[in-house]
Ligand binder design. Structure first.
Ligand SMILES: [Zn+2]
Length: 452
């Protein structure tokens, strides 16, 4: 890749950071204009869609030459970013787009403006060199991912899915998350995500004087019991599914014996108990990949210290595996509650980020995944992909719901520590290494050539 192309990508990324498309309110049209201008300069046309005032989305297409061939979407890639809560804690101006020490600094640099910039540039290069893909190559830039996608990916798919040519041919998409090396030459590819449901459980009691508590009907007792029941059920009795765990351990190249232990539904709980002390991080991952999880996180109840509580509530953060629906959730919550199941009232809690969603997953093996692997091997000849289900939601779910197989991948500098990626997204001192931008630009460019 010529230096000038990577330099232009850094420049574009810097501008996107400086545009400060903080959501809410988003005002993403600013960055859409930046991208439109970037493409125009290279004589590439695109279409802009305004979903609400100042909320911009963009699509550009290189049409495929073979009618039945599969197509590739760069995106959905979002240009909005989350707010900066403590600007004084930052070493650099969070909206300066400062280039320093081999990094580009700023809110959104990692989540996910570096991907936007490298996908736009990869698309532009292919377009300028008159690349003739067999299936369509689509650039798909969206607003509003950080508050749920209603004015971004979701709106585009509801109103303009024909622009993505999803009705005509089989499409594959590459978007954010993934690409970090989790072990030597083992790169994570995100092939799906867990769903999220937030529930509020309400319990009633009988009010009475706090000085005579013997055998009282106390709502606080019930809610505390419920929290313990739910956690115990989640760890020890929740049905275990080993599909996603087995993708992980296979990808990691674990030895056969360890692999067969971990992917055995009866043995996994024992392994988790051992790992909890030895390697708490991996035990968390295996636990959440193997089941629907329930985390009781807000408890409220009672009104006065000397009155027996007549009302109490418990809020649950529930994360489902692909295919587990609302009925599945309620069935297991009630089963976990044992004798309390008869008296609980279950409500959907407010999801501030609007993330209530079903889990989704795309196949771990396909021509697309092979093409991705080949693209990575141009820089890392020994590389292998490790399919993972993410615990959080992205715009990828909207595409999976219309049958577009969607994967999270960008190519991280192998020197990037995993915890850096986890802590910097949405965090203080968010930044991306220039090496990662360069590698990602190359990998998207090569992916299109390999696959199309
Ligand atoms: Zn993101």
């Amino acid at each position: 890749m010529k230096d000038i192309y990577t330099e232009e990508t850094y420049q574009l990324l810097t501008e996107l950071i400086q545009n400060k498309c903080v959501n809410p309110p988003g005002d993403e049209m600013k960055s859409i204009k930046t991208i439109e201008k970037f493409l125009k300069k290279k004589n590439i046309s695109c279409k802009v869609f305004e979903s609400a005032e100042n909320r911009g989305n963009l699509v550009a297409v290189i049409p495929g030459t073979v009618k039945e061939a599969s197509g590739l979407i760069f995106g959905p890639s979002h240009i909005d970013v989350v707010p900066v809560t403590k600007p004084d804690d930052w070493k650099e101006n969070p909206f300066g787009g400062v280039m320093k020490d081999g990094y580009i600094w700023g809110r959104g640099a990692l989540d996910m403006l570096f991907i936007v910039a490298s996908q736009v540039q990869a698309f532009a290069l292919l377009s300028q060199e008159k690349f003739k893909p067999k299936g369509d190559l689509v650039l798909f830039i969206v607003a509003d991912e950080e508050t749920g996608g209603a004015w971004g990916a979701d709106w585009m798919i509801k109103n303009h899915s024909n622009e993505l040519s999803v009705n005509n041919r089989k499409m594959f998409a590459v978007t954010e998350a993934g690409g970090v090396q989790i072990n030597k030459n083992k790169f994570a590819i995100i092939n799906g995500e867990k769903g999220a449901t937030w529930l509020k459980l309400k319990f009633q009691g009988t009010p009475g004087h706090g000085s005579a508590p013997y055998s009282s009907d106390n709502a606080v007792h019930k809610v505390s019991k419920a929290a313990l029941y739910l956690t115990d059920y989640c760890d020890n009795r929740m049905p275990i599914r080993t599909t996603y765990v087995s993708h992980l351990v296979k990808g990691l190249g674990m030895n056969f014996i360890l692999r067969s232990f971990i992917t055995n539904r009866k043995l996994l709980p024992i392994i988790l108990k051992i790992l909890r002390k030895k390697d708490p991080e991996i035990s968390k991952v295996l636990h959440s990949l193997s089941r629907m999880t329930i985390s009781p996180n807000i408890i409220q109840g009672g009104t006065k210290t000397n009155i027996i509580a007549s009302e109490a509530s418990l809020e649950l953060d529930i994360r489902t595996l692909p295919g587990q629906d609302d009925d599945y959730v309620v069935f297991h919550v009630k089963k976990a509650l044992k004798e309390l199941a008869d008296e609980v009232a279950i409500e959907k809690a407010e999801t501030k980020e609007g993330i209530a969603s079903m889990g989704t997953a795309s196949p771990v093996e396909s021509d697309f995944v092979t093409a991705m692997q080949n693209a990575i091997r141009k820089d890392f000849p020994e590389a292998n992909l490790v399919p993972l289900i993410a615990s959080g939601a992205t715009d990828g779910r909207f595409l999976r719901n219309i049958n577009v197989d969607t994967y999270g991948f960008s190519l991280f500098d192998p020197d990037t520590p995993m915890n850096e990626v986890v802590s910097l997204g949405h965090g203080v001192n968010e930044r991306i290494s220039k090496k990662t931008v360069e590698l990602s630009l190359k990998v998207y460019y090569n992916l299109a050539k390999e696959f199309l």
